[in-house]
Every structure is written in structure tokens, then in C-alpha cells.
Design a binder for this molecule. Structure first.
Ligand code: P6P
Length: 325
């Protein structure tokens, strides 16, 4: 008997205090948008969708055509959900807000519509990452206050990894579940019940080309791993697509790091729509995620596009890092 993600979400939302059908309707907006994106990615080589769209996003990065499509798909599908009050995307400088006073827009969603998009033209995994908050009580900063919440306040978080198979992994705070898209029926089907991150792995994942820029404690930590201070040999794996490097770390264990560098003194990865959702998943799977000075989920956000140093992995590797931070 197959369990589709719709069935699973309906069951999960009963656990979320105050969530009604609106939560599952909201998540169905995300699954629909990612299926639209998956279909485009699947055919990218056959359509004039490769290459740059000619624009630049707020990060100053050349926008790939699939970036634009993925962002528009999410904006469209989620914008139609009355329960959505505000959307934040890596591709948009400002939040997109919806005046839902009558329907009571109760959720804020932040997302990276297509992370790792620079890998698209060489057929390497890319991904969509999302994080869902209940709108904080109206504050003087309005919708910005609804999204600038600590990661611990997330109601749900997840990612879709587009690759040999397309998988959606998500949590609502009661464990981590993986669903594989079955192209024959166009549905995400439960394939990984209650994912647990191995406490101790044997892979570290970091862009070693930047190693000379890393703060000394990061360089020392990596050297200790290479010297088998945790009692085992480590291999180095780096795909350069966050969702792919995280997904491997979630399933196989080990540690992924994006330290501060000369080019990114606060780290390259964004707190709201990369570090927070993946940290929530990691902790729910028994792993850990830190910024070097504390847990990612405890960071008080100050800007929707702020960056943080990011170290995520099995408890043993992350605890060992924190003793050297
Ligand atoms: P670097 C992709 O552009 C991305 O945002 C993440 O997906 C990935 O982890 C990181 O950048 C790779 O950055 O500097 O190692 O190329």
C-alpha cells in the first residue's frame, strides 16, 4: 500500500497545533510547484532552457532560466493559497505580501527556488529548499517580522532534490520523511520512513579551494579529521550543490561545512532559506547544525538574505567541531 505525500501531510497536520486543512493545502502548493520545476529540469537539455536568463538575482548571481521558472512556479502556486500571508525568495529582494485579512493569512514561507543552479548546465543535482512559519502576531515591522523568526519557530521545513530520482524530504517537528516522485503516477510516494542521520560518519564535505581563507579553528578541525582523531579515516566529497551535499550527509552521515571565507566573511549560505530549514531537518534526524558560535536554529535573524557560517552533520562530528570552535 503506497502512502502519498498528501496522505502523509493530512496525518501530520493533525499533530500541528491549530493546523487545519489549510496547512496541507499550503504544502500541496509546494509539491505542485516542484513537480512543474522537475518536469522542466527533466527536459532542460531538449529545450532552450539552458543557459542564463540574462538577469541577476539579489545576490548578484547570474539567473539561470530554470531559476526564474522555479521561482515563478512557487510564487504562483503558493500565491493562490489563501493561508499564505507572505513569501520570501532568494530571487526576490523584498518579501511578497498578500493582504489576507479576511481569509486570515496565517503562514509565511521562505524558499530558495532552485539552489545550486550554477550546476544545471552540467546535469548535476539541484534543489528547492523551503521553510514555513506561522505568522507572528502583527508587529510594527509587519510581514518582515513574520519571516524574521528564529529557526526554532519553524512549523515545517523541507527540500526537493532533483536528480537520478526526485525526492522530497520534510519535517513538521515529528521526524524526517522522504518521498520519491513516481513519474508513472506523478505523485510523491513515501520511500524513507523516519530518516535518521548516522551519529558518526566518514565523509567531510567542504570547498577545500578556500581552505587558506578558513578561520584557524576550521583548518585545525579538518586536519584532526584527516589525522583520524575521531578514530576513523575520512573521505572528502564535495558536489558544490548544497541540497546534494546535505542529502548525502543526512543519509550517510559525516559533516558538511561552509566556513567564513575572504569572499564571504559571514559564510555564503543564507540563514532563512538554506541553513534554517536544513538545520531543522538535521536536528529532527538526530544530527546537529551550528554557525560556529551556537545552534543555527537559535540565531535571531536581522535580514531576510543574511548569510551565516554553516556546519551540519552527525552529532559526533558537530560536537567535535564545537570543542574546537
Ligand atoms: P562554492 C550554490 O551556488 C550554492 O549556493 C550552494 O548550493 C553550494 O553549497 C554553494 O553555493 C557552493 O559554493 O563557493 O563552494 O562554489
Amino acid at each position: 500500500m503506497i502512502t502519498t505525500i498528501q496522505h502523509h501531510i493530512l496525518r501530520e497536520q493533525q499533530r500541528i497545533s491549530g493546523a487545519r486543512g489549510t496547512f496541507s493545502w499550503l504544502l500541496s502548493g509546494i509539491t505542485l510547484a516542484t513537480k512543474m520545476t522537475e518536469s522542466r529540469i527533466r527536459r532542460a537539455g531538449l529545450m532552450d532552457t539552458l543557459g542564463e536568463a540574462g538577469g541577476m538575482n539579489v545576490q548578484g548571481e547570474a539567473q539561470q532560466k530554470l531559476d526564474v521558472y522555479a521561482n515563478e512556479a512557487l510564487m504562483h502556486c503558493l500565491g493562490l493559497r489563501d493561508s499564505v500571508a507572505v513569501l520570501v525568495s532568494e530571487e526576490n529582494e523584498e518579501p511578497v505580501t498578500f493582504d489576507r485579512k479576511s481569509e486570515g493569512g496565517e503562514y509565511a514561507i521562505v524558499f530558495d527556488p532552485l539552489d545550486g543552479s550554477s550546476n544545471i548546465d552540467v546535469n548535476v543535482n539541484v534543489g528547492t529548499i523551503f521553510s514555513i512559519f506561522r505568522c507572528a502576531a502583527a508587529t510594527e515591522s509587519g510581514h518582515r517580522g513574520a519571516v524574521l523568526q528564529r529557526g526554532r519557530k519553524q512549523v515545517a521545513a523541507g527540500y526537493v532534490i532533483y536528480g537520478p530520482s526526485t525526492m522530497l524530504v520534510y519535517t513538521t517537528g515529528h521526524g524526517v520523511f522522504g518521498f520519491t516522485l513516481d513519474p508513472a503516477i506523478g505523485a510523491y510516494v513515501l520511500s524513507h520512513e523516519n530518516i535518521r542521520m548516522p551519529e558518526a560518519g566518514s565523509i567531510y564535505s567542504v570547498n577545500e579551494a578556500n581552505a587558506d581563507d578558513f578561520p584557524p579553528n576550521y583548518r585545525e578541525y579538518l586536519q584532526l579529521l584527516r589525522q583520524k582523531k575521531l578514530g576513523r579515516r575520512y573521505s572528502s566529497r564535495y558536489i558544490g550543490s548544497l541540497v546534494a551535499d546535505f542529502h548525502r550527509t543526512l543519509l550517510k552521515g559525516g559533516v558538511f561545512l561552509y566556513p567564513p571565507t575572504a569572499g564571504y566573511p559571514n559564510g555564503k549560505l543564507r540563514l532563512l532559506y538554506e541553513a534554517n530549514p536544513l538545520a531543522f531537518i538535521a536536528e529532527q534526524a538526530g544530527g546537529a547544525a551550528v554557525t560556529g558560535s551556537g545552534c543555527v536554529l537559535d540565531v535571531e535573524p536581522c535580514d531576510i538574505h543574511q548569510r551565516v557560517p554553516f556546519v551540519v552533520g552527525g552529532k559526533e562530528e558537530v560536537d567535535f567541531f564545537m570543542t574546537h570552535a
